[in-house]
Design a protein around this ligand. Structure first.
Ligand SMILES: [Zn+2]
Length: 72
């Protein structure tokens, strides 16, 4: 007979980390606007998985931006 260890359910909302846009980059700024839209719980666009992808995309784009221009 198996004993099931009932773990208490963790009910914290995983707050997605914020994107870190490159200052003055339009693409990064657009990604941030999209991130804000998908992290608004009241929004029909609310999608935390997408929010994480946007953070990754912003990081990648920032790396490209920093490779082509010196960091401010
Ligand atoms: Zn950028």
């Amino acid at each position: 007979m198996a004993i099931f260890m009932k773990q208490p359910q963790e009910v914290h909302l995983t707050e997605p980390i914020s994107p870190n846009p490159y200052p003055g980059c339009d693409v990064c700024a657009a990604l941030v606007r999209e991130w804000i839209a998908v992290t608004e719980p009241a929004s029909p666009l609310f999608d935390l998985a997408k929010a994480h992808r946007i953070v990754d995309e912003t990081r990648d784009h920032r790396n490209q931006d920093e490779a082509t221009a010196p960091a401010i």
